[in-house]
Design a protein around this ligand. Sequence first.
Ligand SMILES: C[S@@+](CC[C@H](N)C(=O)[O-])C[C@H]1O[C@@H](n2cnc3c(N)ncnc32)[C@H](O)[C@@H]1O
Length: 268
Amino acid sequence: MNPLALKQEVKKYWNTAACGTEFINLKKFSKEYFEAIETFRYTTESEIFAFAQFTRFHGKRILEVGVGAGTDFLQWVRAGTDAYGIDLTEEAIAHVQHRLMLYDLMAKEIKIGDAEAIPYEQNMFDLVYCWGVIHHSPNTEKGLQELIRVAKPGGTIKLMIYNRGSLFALYQYLNHALLKGKPFKSVKKVLYHHQESLGTQAFTFKEIKKIIATQPVTIKSLSAPATKHDLLYYKSKPFQWLAYALACIVGWQRCGWFMMIELEKKNP
Ligand SMILES: C[S@@+](CC[C@H](N)C(=O)[O-])C[C@H]1O[C@@H](n2cnc3c(N)ncnc32)[C@H](O)[C@@H]1O
């Protein structure tokens, strides 16, 4: 599929239900609805707080790319940052606007925007934050370049992209390829067709390091610790023990689905 058509598919997918809202059966945009989204997110993906360090950016100008339902964006605003946010979809922007109104909070700006062509000047932000977004966009590398372009020299870029070498990717391969009698279907293809929106990509450590090496940044940290998704939190205990043992064998800090990357933009 050509990249423009693929991006339309991605947009259609995330416009149907903003990220993290699909399991919530409460009145849309009500306080209960947003609080259930928040509870679910930080219960299942508790690593976000340690990675984002929301309160450390008090008073700083931050941009979140791909805000989704706005759960992290709300934390940036609550932490007293000058928060800007963009997303490809109207559904995401509507979620964030309702959420801010509900808690009487103000962001600097929240608008539609494409990670591959961020609608801001270069060198604008102390922090550019992007959790689980650019691997959904057809040109992930362009997305990464854009995150770096709009960060200030000396500024921070924090992003999460999916790890193809994770246990979660392995389970997706088992479910959608091996157990379906298609052992030669690659992990890449499985994720492209079965992981959220069409065209989802995931990267290895080696691949991502090679891409980052072409950019004016230094890597401050790069790790993918086992997540609840890798440890099969929704399965019975024997499965969880097996997953735990696998994580210890493969390497706890490398086998997680979320590859968390912190970069510092070099001074020219
Ligand atoms: C998995 S959700 C993550 C949302 C949010 N960051 C979170 O963690 O809940 C992916 C989000 O990326 C957005 N997205 C996908 N491609 C994008 C692009 N090219 N530019 C901006 N946002 C994009 C989608 O609309 C969706 O809201």
